[in-house]
Every structure is written in structure tokens, then in C-alpha cells.
Design a protein around this ligand. Structure first.
Ligand code: CA
Length: 511
């Protein structure tokens, strides 16, 4: 009781009459379930073509689904830094996966901790420096491993047996049941490695989708005509850049494929029992490949099907994880006062434009899944089209907890939206900026996205693209420079210049 009184006092400030404490509800717990590279196309409440994800869907059924949640910079580490700080990459410092996060800066978990919340983080961190602002944490080094992963912990490194998605869930549940003080509210960040490349499924779902043929995206064989040069030059094509051995687990690697390393490192980590189950599935894949000898377009189609099987098997384990966490909240009577979030660090290509990976301002990359459940606040089964972002997560969590949002954060609390009202002055144009050049050869670009248009500026070569997603939902034809779009183009370029200024993008970041 003392703890709780103390907590509420810190929230409400000194000097308020004590009767107010009784009137105020206990602040909500926050359970943030996060995955890596999880495309909204692979969540059935968004898209029913590929997989059924009943547990993730449950968050949407009992809460709100966001259809226009955009990331500030579509890649792992920058997205995580934006979520922690509520700031764009140019202010939090993590412009690409190479930069180390400065853990001394203000983050929302630190503000929660200072206010009396218990804070914990398990799983993928990917920010190079050690986590700060958490009472308890165990994180994967870098990308981490799918099988029997190593963890960095405050007590040193530990190897934990099992499949990574299950292990991260176990750690989260163990902390919920034994690690925390039940008299205080908690913030728990359960952050999966899955379904990141190289898409190594867990033992529970290895044979799933064995006989399924997935529908191909209409632009699997995109030739990038009517686009600027960067789409032509990027290196994320299923055709040319997805390896048969490392990505699709054909081993020994077929002739000409030298990329087995990534797969072998994972394979070597498996126990004999894990390997036996694995081999039964992937030997069959190899035999099928050798018998069929796919080539040309047939090879792309074969790779797409194999890729989708592995990717979706990884997603199935993430869905199991969500199920276990939600069941725990039910069983412990925590569901009614816990805000549950499901999201991913960005979107992902499942063959659209012939691609895997992310990075682009284009839809499947910039848009990330976002589902939020908060009983008594959010109308069950609601859907929001508001243009929200991972930039808004920190502000929303702080606001939900009754904590002040620091003025230097650049996003905005989504609380009114959760309550069913989009504020009249909510953003209708969103600024995006991608920096990393080293991997997959995607040219740095910034731009703006509205709920209809996407404007991209590849500033190193001064090339522009403009997409009207209403008439061209797959973004196959840039209308930049077309006379009928002159007014829209002028307006959006003006918005881009305004947002660069308002968000304090340094001019040297645009060269
Ligand atoms: Ca990612």
C-alpha cells in the first residue's frame, strides 16, 4: 500500500488532497510485444491471404487496429531508437544499424522507472550499447540466434536452450510471475528476433504450410519501369539476392551458391534432437529442388514459395507467444488494467516488387502493424485510419500512464485516438528519412506520405518519385513531373520543406 501511495504521489505531485488518490485508478500496466520485420500482410486481421494469426488478431478484436502506422526510418536499430526516444533518427543519433545508441539520453522507459513503474525488457535490442532504464533485462547480442540463443544479461552472457521466440516468451512470463512486485504497475517490452532473416522456423511449426501454394503478389516480376534509378539498383530481389543455402536452407548448397555461412552458423547451434526434426523437413526440400531443377522465372517462383513457408512458420511462433502472454494476463486478472500493444520495427516485402527486406518509403516497408488493446478505453474491434507512427509510441505510453510528455519528443500521444476521437489538428502528412547505404544498396532518401500520396526525394542523385496510391496501390508508376499532378507535387514538396524545417533535419543530412 505504501508503495502504491508513493507511486501515485509521484504521479500527481505533492500537495494534492489525499482523497484524489482514492478516486484515481491505478495506472495501467504496459505490455509491449514487438517483433522484427513482421509484415502486416502476414497478420490475418490485416490480410487473410497467407496465415491465420488468432492470438495477434485477438488484440485487434478486443482493441484497435491501426491501418496507417508509419515508421520514421524503415530499419531495425533506427526504429527501436525512435520508439525509445520519441524522436527522429537525426535527433536520437541512430540513423542506421551501424551507430551505437547513446543510452544516457532520455527514453520513455527511464521516465516510467522514475515514476515508480517496474520496467523490464527481454529479447532483441540491437542498439549496441547496453539497455538503460530497465530494472530487469536480457537481450540478444546484435541480431541474435534462432536456436539456443546467447543473451547478454546484467550478470554476463548466458546461453539459453530452446527456440528464440519461445525463450524470449519464457523470460517475459517468468519475470511477470516471479520477477516483479505485484503492488506496482509494470512496463514489459517483449521483443522478438522473429521473423527476421534468415527465417529459421521453430520445431513447433517446421512442417506447417508443407503442401500450401501461396498466391504470388501481382508485381513479383516488377521491372521497375516508370521509377527513378534507386529501385533498379537495390539489392533485395528474390531473384538475384536471396540465397538458396543461407536464406532457403538448401544444404549442401547447390552449385554457384556460396552463401551458406549464415545458415551453417545457425545449424551448428542446434542440439542433435533439434537437428533431426530440422533435417527431416529440409532434406525433403533439397530433394525436391534437385528433382525439379527450377530455372528462370520458375526459380523465382520456387524461391518465393520456400521463402514464404519459412517466414510464415516464424510468424506462427510469434503468434503463439502472443497467445501465451494474453493467457497469462487473463489468468492473473491483469487484462483489464493492462494496455497491450503489438507492433513490428517496420514492414517487410513478401515478394512485392520482387523483393524481400524493407528500407523504402514505399508502403510495405514504411507501414508497420500496430494493434492496441486497453479495456474500458478502446472500443473493441475498432479500426483507425489516422496517420500515426512509431514516433508516437513513447508519448502515448507516457500519457496513458498519466505522466508528462517531455516537450522535446517529436511525436504525439494517440490517447484521444484510442478513445475514438482523431484530434482536428492531427497530422495528415508524415515525414520519412532513410539513411543506410551499406546494405542492400538502397539510395538514401527522405519524403512525405499522406493517406493518398507518397513523395520520395533521392537527394544524392536529386531524383524524385511521386505515387498516387489511390490509382496505383502497388506503386508501379511514378507520376512525378506529370502535368495533371503539378498542383499536388508543388504542395507536397512544400510540405516536405516545412517538415524538414520543423523537425530540425540538419542540411548536411540531405547531401
Ligand atoms: Ca527490422
Amino acid at each position: 500500500m505504501f508503495e502504491r501511495r508513493h507511486f501515485l504521489q509521484s504521479l500527481l505531485g505533492a500537495g494534492l488532497p489525499s482523497s484524489l488518490f482514492a478516486q484515481r485508478q491505478r495506472p495501467p500496466n504496459i505490455l509491449f510485444i514487438f517483433s522484427d520485420d513482421h509484415a502486416y500482410q502476414a497478420i490475418s486481421c490485416y490480410d487473410k491471404r497467407f496465415i491465420h494469426t488468432p492470438h495477434i488478431d485477438r488484440i485487434a478484436q478486443e482493441g484497435m487496429r491501426f491501418d496507417n502506422c508509419c515508421v520514421t526510418n524503415s530499419i531495425c536499430a533506427p526504429s527501436r531508437a525512435t520508439i525509445l526516444t520519441g524522436k527522429y533518427s537525426h535527433l536520437n543519433g541512430v540513423i542506421d544499424n551501424q551507430v551505437e545508441f547513446d543510452g544516457t539520453q532520455q527514453t520513455f522507459p527511464k521516465l516510467f522507472q522514475q515514476a515508480g513503474y517496474q520496467t523490464a525488457l527481454f529479447g532483441k535490442w540491437h542498439l549496441r550499447s547496453k539497455p538503460t532504464g530497465f530494472d530487469a533485462w536480457e537481450v540478444l547480442p546484435g541480431q541474435g540466434s534462432y536456436y539456443n540463443p546467447d543473451f547478454i544479461t546484467p550478470q554476463g552472457n548466458k546461453r539459453r536452450n530452446g527456440y528464440c521466440t519461445d525463450v524470449v516468451t519464457d523470460l517475459s512470463l517468468e519475470w511477470l510471475s516471479k520477477g516483479r512486485d505485484p503492488s506496482r504497475p509494470f512496463l514489459l517490452m517483449c521483443q522478438h528476433k522473429a521473423p527476421h532473416r534468415n527465417w529459421m522456423p521453430g520445431p513447433d511449426h517446421l512442417t506447417r504450410f508443407e503442401d500450401v501454394t501461396f498466391p504470388e503478389p501481382p508485381n513479383l516480376f516488377d521491372d521497375y519501369e516508370h521509377r527513378a534509378s534507386p529501385a533498379h539498383n537495390s539489392e533485395m530481389q528474390i531473384d538475384r539476392h536471396m540465397s538458396l543455402s543461407s536464406d532457403l536452407k538448401l544444404y549442401p548448397p547447390p552449385e554457384g551458391d556460396k552463401a551458406a555461412g549464415g545458415f551453417l552458423n545457425e545449424y551448428k547451434r542446434m542440439s542433435e534432437a533439434q537437428r533431426r526434426i530440422w533435417d527431416a523437413v529440409y532434406k525433403k526440400r533439397l530433394q525436391e529442388f534437385q528433382a525439379r531443377k527450377p530455372a528462370g522465372k520458375d526459380l523465382v517462383r520456387w524461391k518465393y514459395q520456400a521463402y514464404m513457408k519459412d517466414y510464415l512458420r516464424c510468424v506462427a511462433s510469434v503468434d503463439d507467444s502472443v497467445g501465451r502472454l494474453l493467457r497469462y494476463l487473463d489468468a492473473e486478472d491483469l487484462a483489464s488494467n493492462t494496455l497491450v500493444v503489438y507492433s513490428s520495427d517496420q514492414g517487410f516485402y513478401l515478394g512485392e516488387h520482387g523483393w524481400f527486406d524493407k528500407r523504402w518509403i514505399y508502403e510495405e516497408s514504411i507501414r508497420t502493424p500496430l494493434l492496441i488493446r486497453w479495456p474500458g478505453v478502446i472500443q473493441p474491434g475498432s479500426v483507425s485510419k489516422a496517420l500515426v507512427s512509431n514516433l508516437d509510441f513513447a508519448e502515448t505510453f507516457l500519457d496513458a500512464a498519466g505522466l508528462a510528455v517531455p516537450p522535446d519528443m517529436q511525436g504525439r500521444s494517440m490517447l484521444p485516438i484510442l478513445r475514438g476521437q482523431i484530434p482536428g489538428d492531427w497530422r495528415t502528412v508524415f515525414y520519412y528519412h532513410y539513411y543506410e547505404e551499406k546494405v542492400h544498396n538502397v539510395a538514401p532518401h527522405d519524403g512525405v506520405r499522406t493517406n493518398r500520396y507518397t513523395l520520395a526525394h533521392f537527394y544524392k542523385t536529386n531524383e524524385w518519385e511521386l505515387f498516387d496510391r489511390q490509382t496505383d496501390p502497388h506503386q508501379m508508376r511514378s507520376v512525378w513531373g506529370k502535368p495533371e499532378y503539378a498542383a499536388v507535387q508543388r504542395q507536397l514538396v512544400g510540405e516536405l520543406e516545412r517538415l524538414r524545417r520543423e523537425l530540425k533535419v540538419p542540411p548536411e543530412h540531405l547531401r
